[in-house]
Design a protein around this ligand. Sequence first.
Ligand code: SF4
Length: 340
Amino acid sequence: MAGRVSDGLNFLRKQSPRRLWNAAGVVSSYYLSRLNGKPGQSGLPLSLSFEPTTSCNLRCPECPSGLRSFTRPTGMLPMDLYKKTIDELQGTLMYLLLYFQGEPYLHPNFPEMVAYASERNIYTATSTNAHFLSNDLARKTVESGLDRLIISIDGTTQETYHSYRVGGKLEKVLEGTRNIIYWKKKLQSSTPHLIFQFLVVKPNEHQIEEVKSLAKELGVDEIRLKTAQIYDYEGGSPLIPDQQKYSRYRRLPNGKWTVKNSMENHCWKMWHSSVITWDGRVVPCCFDKDATHQMGSLQEKSFREIWQSKTYTNFRAAVMKGRSTIEICKNCTEGTKVWG
Ligand code: SF4
C-alpha cells in the first residue's frame, strides 16, 4: 500500500501545468464526443506505448512475439526515431510505457531510452519477463530513472511457470527481481516501483496466494493479477481459468464461449493513448498487435499530423459506430482487467 501511494505521488510530481491542461482538453473532448456522437479530439495523448523491439526470448502460447507469428517485420526501434517522437510529445505526455510486443531488454539501448524520457520528466514504465536483469542491467535500470517496472511472473514453481512462459526459467525471474531490489537499496532510490504481474490461467490459478506471499517475501511493491486474452476463445481453451473473476470469457448455455464485456460503442483509449511499433507505425491500441490498422508512419509524418489525420478520425468514428464490426475490438475487454 505504501508503495502504491509513493508511486502515485511520484507520478503526480512529474506533471506540469501544460500536461494537465492538455489532459483537461482530452477528457472534455472525449465526453463531448459521447454526447454529440462526433469523433472530435482536442489535445495530444496522455499516454503512449512505444515498442523497443518485437524480438523475444520466450515462446508464450498466446503471444504473437512468442509464436513468431507476426506478418509485420521484427526489429529494433532506431534511437533517432524514438528521440524525435519524445521531443515532439514531451510537453504533453504524462505516461510512457516502453513496451508493446517483444522483450524490451533485448534492445541494446534500453536504459538509454528510459533515461532520455526521464531527463524530460516523463513518467516511464516497462514490462519484462526479467530474464535479462543481470547485476549490471539492474543497476543501469535504477540509474536510468525508470519509474515503474512490471515483471511477469506466472507461476511459483518452475513447472507451472514454464507451462505458459515456454522456454522461461523461474530462477532467472527471481534473480532479476533480487538484483533490482538490491540496486534500489544500494542507490537509495524509491524507483522503479516494482510490480509482479501474474497472468491468471488455468494451470497457475491455484498459485495466486503463493505468488502474493512470494512478492512479500522478496520485497516487491505490488502484485497485480491479470486476466489473459485468448485468441480462439469461442470453443473454449485449456487456459481459461475456473475462477470466473479471473476470466475475460464466459460460457454460454449452448457450450460456446463469449467475451464478458458489454461492447459499448465508445473507447477512452482512442482519445487518451496511442501505440507506436518499433518501425514507427502508429496503431490505435495494444490490441492491434500485428498493426492491422495503421494510422500513419512516423518515418513520414509528425505524430500530431497522424493523431489528427482523417485516418485516425475515421477509426474513432468507426469505433463509435459499431465496435463489433472491427475485428480487434471484438476481443477487447477494456474494464474487465482484474488487479489483486
Ligand atoms: S480494441 Fe477497439 S475498443 Fe478496444 S481499445 Fe482498441 S480501439 Fe478501443
